[in-house]
Write a protein that binds this ligand. Structure first.
Ligand code: 2RA
Length: 353
């Protein structure tokens, strides 16, 4: 029989991409069930041509589901993921709640596909979108040269904050559009965008960058910066990997970019790195700067591969490379990685059926 799949959090911005990706592989699945908060229950959404009524999350809604994709806030996932797993579904959860649980694998197929098989709680976690943009490139370079440390600066899109973030950016762009020379005098962006536009980024995002993504943690770090470090270590199986990161929100709709300085145990060269990256799964090498070819978020939208370019040998650091990585935060950073992990599970469950 074909396996039944659920999208839990079907109405969000990631939920809509999940529906599109599932429609592209409709023939692989039996029932597709859409689940959301009671507020959205009864809405009718499409998966391809199929109109499906959204069901309210509840104790009985997971009956008969084999694989459940969750995209809910951390505290809601904490409550409902175990319920779905107890009902027999393999849960692929995009929240941060279970990611660092030693009994929950954190899976990216380009790095650790085998980890998806060992899931004592019936739960597999999907990493944060910033981490996932990096992993296909890091996994390939690590295998070839032995990754020792990395320093990362991110340039993260508004849609990392979901529909609310995207709509806030559009509203701010609308409000500031057409005002001549706005941003050149002290205080004028804040004057045009009153305090209500500080939500959800903590400051205006239009004509600005905000060096704070996520919540504050000890030592002045943000939760996002710690996720890049801790999740990269777990997925790459490098618990000692040295990581420094600074995460920044930029006025981009979709596509998280990162400038990376990475150091390896073995000698590296741009040519050798290009060969590795050209052959790497999940990586598009976009690196011909002389002809204006380098990765940018506007060109990453909707792509399956993560884009890497501007690969340079560090001038002052032996065995180090500089490069620029861009990934669609809603695709590889969320929906696509979840779909790819589900494919690993589907193949395993069907082979064992
Ligand atoms: C962000 N990575 O960009 C976070 C959310 N997943 O806000």
């Amino acid at each position: 029989r074909k396996l039944n799949v659920a999208i839990v959090g079907a109405t969000g911005v990631v939920g809509s991409i999940m529906r599109r990706l599932l429609a592209e592989e409709r023939d692989k699945w039996g029932e597709i069930r859409l689940i959301a908060s009671p507020r959205s229950a009864g809405k009718v959404l499409n998966v391809g041509d199929e109109a499906i009524t959204v069901q309210a999350i509840g104790p009985d809604v997971f009956a008969g589901i084999d694989i459940a994709h969750f995209d809910l806030p951390d505290e809601v996932s904490a409550e409902w993921v175990p319920v779905a797993a107890a009902a027999g579904a393999v849960v692929i959860d995009k929240s941060a709640h279970f990611r660092m649980d030693p009994e929950v694998p954190l899976v990216c197929r380009e790095a650790n596909p085998e980890a998806a098989r060992i899931r004592p709680k019936g739960i597999i976690a999907n990493a944060n979108c910033t981490t996932l943009a990096l992993i296909p490139t890091l996994a390939a370079l690590n295998e070839a040269f032995g990754l020792v440390s990395m320093s990362v600066a991110s340039y993260q899109a508004a849609s990392g904050s979901g529909k609310e973030g995207l709509e806030a950016l559009y509203a701010q762009v609308d409000k500031t559009a057409g005002i001549e020379r706005i941003g050149t005098d002290h205080g004028d962006v804040r004057a045009v965008l009153g305090a209500e536009y500080d939500t959800p980024f903590g400051a205006p995002l239009a004509l600005n960058v905000v060096p704070k993504v996520g919540g504050w943690k000890d030592g002045g770090w943000t939760s996002e910066e710690l996720k890049v470090r801790n999740e990269s270590r777990k997925i790459l199986g490098l618990p000692e990997l040295k990581v420094a990161s600074t995460c920044v929100r930029v006025p981009v709709a979709v596509g998280h970019s990162q400038a990376v300085h990475a150091t390896f145990a073995n000698e590296v060269s741009v040519e050798a790195a290009h060969r590795v990256l050209d052959a790497a799964e999940g990586v598009d090498l976009v690196d011909d700067p002389a002809n204006g070819v380098y990765p940018m978020p506007i060109d990453s939208v909707g792509k399956h591969g993560t884009q890497v370019g501007r690969v340079r040998q560090s001038i002052d650091f032996p065995n180090s490379l500089e490069f620029f990585v861009v990934g669609d935060n809603l695709m590889k950073g969320a929906a696509l990685n979840s779909i790819e992990t589900a494919e690993l599970v589907r193949q395993e469950l069907e082979a064992n059926a």
